[in-house]
Design a protein around this ligand. Structure first.
Ligand SMILES: Cc1cc2nc3c(=O)[nH]c(=O)nc-3n(C[C@H](O)[C@H](O)[C@H](O)COP(=O)(O)OP(=O)(O)OC[C@H]3O[C@@H](n4cnc5c(N)ncnc54)[C@H](O)[C@@H]3O)c2cc1C
Length: 373
């Protein structure tokens, strides 16, 4: 198959941005078409947590994507901010996964023992130890597993950095809502935006939870649905030592600017993106269960946005069958920021080299939905 000379990327979220960046680094022209604004969806309002997978979870098909994501973020943070002229606040700080019952404490202690045995970062601290280490998590009852290496970043500025760096190497961002893919026989030749056709010899569908719409354009289902998530941003009355905690799927993350992100929810609410009072109260109550630091905090903002959740929990990264030059990259659910760098690298290797060497893309093949039906 010929190597593409101009790739049209539908969607300017973190996934579209990382693909544009990787293409630009390889000297291939890329045009992002974004219906709203760059990072206007989940990519701009995520918590920005970047954590490595547990080292023994290697049977999980997402293991490599997560591991590579964590490592590539550390590497990118050395170069991308300067390259783009955009500081996105990448930093590592400790994080504790709290236990809140006898069963959770038993499981947490077992995880800490396994981490220690594997010689990797992670240890058990009781409640007093968690308070001593954090300085502010003062209502934990049982302690938790503390890991020192997790990273976090500002997801909006990270996406902006990718786009800016890509633009500096020649990529282009255009406003518009893609309404179809244009084909010549079994080859893609561009996309439709209003009355216009934007030509390209390759097209990537990276429209987050809106990617399901593309099924009608490409002839293959893209089973992703929106999973709404809300975050409450607060400013505590005193600065907090950088330290994050999680329990179940909820979390509290300190940010370098003094704000703290409290989250989150998982709501099947269609494409509704309105923050709700009920979610705010639930999220704040969660955080205050483990610390008094937010008893008198100022509520600065509340965000709600939509994760692209795939039907089988795995992203789609790869070629559309029987449609030369057409690709899909979506469905990263709750960890699209973490998994963005290897997604972009692997898809661009597939497009330009015929196969990815950095990542086995077989589990993420968009054609799996056809095999399953
Ligand atoms: C509350 C919350 C917290 C999160 N926290 C984390 C975290 O801590 N760590 C982590 O790794 N991940 C996190 N995530 C997940 C992460 O945000 C997503 O997986 C990721 O942002 C998805 O990126 P995307 O580019 O696929 O989609 P999006 O960000 O949704 O981008 C898709 C873009 O496509 C555009 N678009 C849609 N239709 C069209 C069209 N027809 N034409 C042109 N453009 C179109 C949209 O406007 C949008 O900008 C979180 C998500 C939420 C909701």
């Amino acid at each position: 198959m010929p190597i593409p000379e101009h790739v049209v990327i539908c969607g300017g979220g973190v996934i579209g941005a990382t693909i544009a960046y990787e293409l630009a680094k390889r000297g291939v022209a890329a045009t992002i078409i974004e219906a709203d604004g760059v990072a206007s969806g989940a990519s701009g309002a995520a918590a920005g947590i970047v954590t490595p997978p547990l080292p023994w979870a290697t049977d999980d098909p997402l293991y490599s994507l997560r591991r590579l994501g964590f490592d590539m973020h550390a590497e990118l943070a050395q170069a991308l901010p300067a390259e783009a002229g955009v500081d996105y606040g990448y930093e590592t700080s400790p994080r504790v996964l709290l236990a809140d019952s006898a069963d959770e404490e038993r499981d947490g202690r077992a995880v800490a023992d396994r981490l220690a045995a594997a010689g990797v970062d992670g240890r058990w601290l009781d409640a007093a130890g968690v308070l001593a280490a954090s300085g502010w998590i003062d209502r934990a009852t049982r302690g938790g597993v503390v890991v020192d290496s997790p990273a976090q970043l500002d997801p909006y500025r990270y996406t902006l950095a990718l786009v800016t760096a890509a633009e500096r190497r020649g990529a282009v961002v255009r406003s518009g809502k893609v309404s179809g893919v244009v084909r010549d026989g079994d080859r893609v030749v561009g996309v439709r935006v209003g009355e216009r056709v934007i030509e390209g010899d390759a097209v990537v569908i990276a429209m987050g939870p809106w990617s399901a719409e593309a099924a009608a354009w490409i002839g293959v289902p893209v089973p992703v649905e929106p999973l709404k998530g809300q975050i409450v941003r607060v400013r505590p009355s005193r600065p907090l030592r950088p330290f994050s905690f999680g329990h179940g799927g909820d979390y509290v993350v300190t940010k370098p600017d003094g704000l703290v992100f409290l989250g989150t929810t998982e709501e099947h609410a269609g494409f509704d993106r309105e923050p709700t009072a009920a979610a705010r109260d639930q999220i704040v109550a969660f955080a205050r269960r483990f610390t008094s630091a937010f008893d008198d905090a100022e509520l600065v903002a509340q965000t709600a946005c939509l994760r692209p959740l795939s039907a089988d929990g795995l992203p789609f990264i790869g070629a559309v069958p029987d449609f030369a030059g057409c690709y899909v990259a979506t469905g990263h659910g709750r960890q699209g920021i973490l998994m963005a760098p290897p997604t972009g690298r692997a898809l661009v290797e597939l497009m330009l080299d015929g196969a990815s060497t950095c990542l086995d893309l077989v589990p993420f093949d968009p054609a799996r939905v056809l095999r399953a039906s």
